[in-house]
Design a protein around this ligand. Sequence first.
Ligand code: KG4
Ligand code: ZN
Length: 340
Amino acid sequence: MRVLGIETSCDETAVAVYDEAAGLLAHALHSQVELHRDYGGVVPELASRDHVRKLLPLITAVMRQARCAPADIDGIAYTAGPGLVGALLVGASVAQSLAFAWRVPALAIHHMEGHLLAPLMEADAPAFPFLALLVSGGHTQLLRVDGIGAYRLLGESLDDAAGEAFDKTAKLLGLAYPGGPALAQLATNGVPGRFVFPKPMTHRQGLDFSFSGLKTFAANTVRQYGDDAQARADIACAFQEAVVDTLVIKCRRAIAETGLRRLVMAGGVSANTLLRERLANLAGQEDIALYYPRLEFCTDNGAMIAYAGCRRLAAGEVATTRDIVVRARWDMQQLRPPAA
Ligand code: KG4
Ligand code: ZN
């Protein structure tokens, strides 16, 4: 079973070929960061147009790298949502067209399922069931995962996602888009404890998150102290500490409530060094196992989409439509196990 994966949900055009037996054969990515930088964020129309320009050449290159001819491909997996509709439509159109021409099924993959399953590509893959912390630019969720397509939402952000909070605060600190990694870098020069940010929702019951208040707190602090370079680093440090601490507190609570012994972290923010360190500490204290993808598969990539498609196809999933349908929003709990 060999699957071509296509990811175009936001500002990365990404393609991969995953083989059930041999693993990942090839993957490549074109980042649009430079294209959007002057605007301080992703401009949807520019994103769509760039996917149109880059997707077919990228597929050709990845197929060559994987030493694959169309006849070697058993299915095409594409991100059908959630994401920017125009951007998603590019991937969906190309995937459905190629699938029609190559006479193979085209599977619509949920972007966050791709993130969620990415750690399963590693040699030390987690077994089901596990607890998952999904932290990306658009989502912050805690899930109970009983198998592929068996996801129960335990808690999520009621407003901004963790990555979004990183990006917005980075912007306030004068850092270029995408600000998450830049803020984390700046924080390494910060003096811990000089500023203390609130840890939203941690005193309340439940597993939901809220990060928009942090951004307001950051805005006020930047207004007061932001002229000084050291203060900016100290603010970055305090902000990161508050986000990471909040995530860790909720993970600890979720472990206690579910009794699950495996914790998976995935999505762009799982690339964050402090978060990885703190969750590793938590795993040590709770005597549970922690899993995360290699760094390049934390953020958006084609491999996770090819992998999710390959697992689903191998488990008997059939493509039900040749229609080009994408979704800006899509509840993961609506997904079903492959054979269902
Ligand atoms: O998963 P992803 O690539 O795209 C979405 O599905 O949203 O996540 C991107 C998010 C951005 O908000 C980015 O700033 C954040 O992940 N991010 C980080 C780090 N690397 C990426 N945030 C904090 N620290 C990092 N090292
Ligand atoms: Zn993503």
